[in-house]
Design a binder for this molecule. Structure first.
Ligand code: GLC
Length: 584
């Protein structure tokens, strides 16, 4: 599928003898959820299990352009975000990661930064940022910023100086090289966003390297002055109260100094370029040295480093934690996003893999680069039920989840149908194979008023027709909504020790229809059973091997409307979710 191509480029009981009535489920429909009271430790503290704040926090990605428009100009902004922090706290969110909100020509919608220590006027001012942090403290929502480490905008003053002459002191802040000949770039490397990764500069008669768009020249991390300047950027924001960073495209930080050609692979990508193995310009070992040093600075502020870590397997993902857990605390496990079908076997494999690796798992279902989970997993007729099922999956397994804005209301992708409507440049370069990422970046749906309550002005991207039913205001009133399901499951996660620290024990591992597991905390456990099919299922649980001979389940949360039978023969409705407490 389209997004997968980008992804690849970027990385490359009950005992049978004592069956008990599970009883009539407490439906999520009957209760109005209340705000979470988190068991999570505060920043700088650890809990009885030695866990830190970010290990129990629920993170939520905000795409600032699309979240809330405080000044009604059609684009979201920081005032808008600040006004929604109470909503996020109430939902059960503890930290937000805001994608880049720094001054930028917006070629890559903020991922082309022209000043790392300011706010883009489109989003507000530094004073607005400070007010947002203050409001975050009030609402107990930490702020995480996006740190675009690999490249700047070509309009950043560093690059403007660098390209001004070959002798400029900042020349070596970027990757400049002679070509192999006229119109011949230094090597065969292709940009992740299509075509040669080298751009000719007529004034100084050299090429510069860009892993992404030509407007995003790569910084030369081998130059100590670059390192120093970038480390100071993190200090600047820590002093302003941020609780960490999401490191953008960390894989691409270093390039082979000899600029060797990458080996080619059969076939072409969505832009028509010959495929290649990016062994000389991605995942170079030097990346880990930088991560260790960034971590030392982060630790001084009890901050967390999240990584955009596209890895082909769990062994490579594990490397990002560092040999001594001294690199990224939260490398994102994108292998989980690539399951892309309701397969208990696949999810079991992914969960066990990351849990057994010893690293703290970090799960996402989608983000501003990945099609929304609502569409990826939905079957077209049970999408709402499936959205709850997926929430019940990734919010109850051990680790830290990073939600994507709108996921909690079942927002869907709204892909452009005509190339002339596309805003994301890769959608223009790659049309129609690659339609770009506009579809997953549309305005947050706050209510059923015009423009989904996002703005009174025409929003920069159109809202899908589903905003009439899938919006915060409407769903808040419906106890059976996706939103209230999220609130309930997040509340359970925050309030229940077993949900936070319980050992993950997979159950019925050969069942191809129902994914089930325990979270065991001493004499108590939470049993989660998820029907990943459109048919009724009746799994049987014998938990005597786990020490729960007579478990007496007490239902904590379910999407099912009828009774659930017994653990010897649990009645699971199509795509039904069953979460119960059991005791020894
Ligand atoms: C990361 C971002 C993506 C951006 C790219 C270049 O992959 O998530 O949105 O386009 O980096 O900065």
């Amino acid at each position: 599928m389209r997004r997968l191509t980008l992804v690849l480029l970027l990385c490359l009981s009950l005992s049978s003898a004592h069956a008990q009535q599970a009883g009539k489920p407490k439906s999520t429909r009957s209760k109005a959820p209340t705000a979470s009271t988190s068991l999570a430790p505060k920043r700088g503290q650890t809990d009885a299990h030695g866990h830190q704040w970010w290990q129990h926090a629920v993170f939520y990605e905000v795409y600032p352009r699309s979240f809330a428009d405080g000044n009604n100009d059609g684009f979201g902004d920081l005032k808008g975000i600040a006004s929604k922090l109470a909503y996020l706290h109430d939902l059960g969110v503890d930290a937000i990661w805001i994608t880049p909100c720094f001054p930028s020509p917006q070629v890559d919608f903020g991922y082309d930064v022209s000043d790392y220590e300011n706010i883009d006027p489109q989003y507000g001012t530094l004073a607005d940022f400070d007010s947002m942090v203050k409001e975050g403290k009030k609402q107990q929502v930490e702020i995480i910023l996006d740190f675009v480490v690999n490249h700047t905008s070509d309009k950043h003053k560093w690059f403007i100086e660098s390209r001004s002459s070959r002798n400029n002191p900042k020349r070596d802040w970027y990757v400049w090289r002679d070509g192999k000949g006229p119109d011949q770039p230094p090597n065969n490397w292709i940009s992740i966003f299509g075509h040669s990764a080298w751009k000719w500069d007529e004034a100084t008669k050299q090429f510069y390297y860009h892993a992404f768009y030509p407007e995003q020249p790569d910084l030369n991390w081998r130059n100590p002055a670059v390192k120093k300047a970038m480390f100071n950027v993190t200090r600047f924001w820590y002093q302003r109260g941020v609780a960490g960073f999401r490191l953008d495209a960390v894989d691409t930080l270093f390039e082979d100094p000899g600029l060797k050609d990458n080996p080619t692979k059969p076939g072409t990508n969505q832009y028509g370029d010959q495929n290649q193995d990016r062994i000389y310009n991605a995942k170079l070992p030097e990346v880990h040295d930088v991560l260790k040093e960034l971590r030392k600075v982060a630790d001084q502020s009890h901050a967390v480093l999240i990584g955009e870590t596209w890895t082909p397997d769990l062994a490579s993902l594990k490397e990002y934690y560092g040999e001594h857990d001294n690199e990224l605390q939260m490398p994102m496990d994108f292998l989980f996003t690539q399951v892309n079908r309701l397969s208990p076997a696949e999810f079991r494999k992914q969960i066990a893999g990351v849990v057994d690796s010893g690293g703290w798992p970090v799960y996402v279902l989608s983000n501003h680069d990945i099609r929304r989970a609502y569409n990826r997993y939905g079957d077209g007729s049970h999408n709402d039920a499936i959205a709850k099922l997926m929430a019940a999956l990734y919010l109850t397994i051990p680790g830290t989840p990073i939600m994507y804005y709108g996921e909690e209301i079942g927002m869907e992708n709204n892909d452009p149908t005509r190339v002339e409507d596309v805003k994301d440049p890769i959608g223009k370069i790659g049309w129609p194979k690659e339609k770009g990422r506009d579809g997953e970046r549309t305005p947050m749906q706050w209510n059923d008023a015009e423009n989904a309550g996002f703005s009174t002005a025409k929003p920069w991207l159109p809202v899908p027709a589903s905003y009439k039913t899938h919006n915060v205001a409407t769903e808040q009133k419906d106890p059976d909504s996706i939103l209230n399901f999220y609130r309930n499951v997040l509340k359970l996660r925050h309030d229940d020790e077993a949900m936070l620290d319980g050992k993950y024990v997979p159950l019925n591992e050969t069942d191809n229809n129902v994914l089930s597991f325990l979270r065991v905390d001493g004499d108590r456990a939470i049993l989660v059973a998820l029907n990943m099919t459109g048919e009724k299922q009746k799994p049987a649980f014998d938990l005597s091997a786990q020490g729960f001979g007579n478990p007496q389940p007490k239902v904590l949360l379910t999407t099912m409307k009828s009774g659930s039978g017994t653990l010897k023969a649990l009645d699971l409705e199509p795509f039904g979710v069953y979460i119960a407490e059991i005791k020894k």
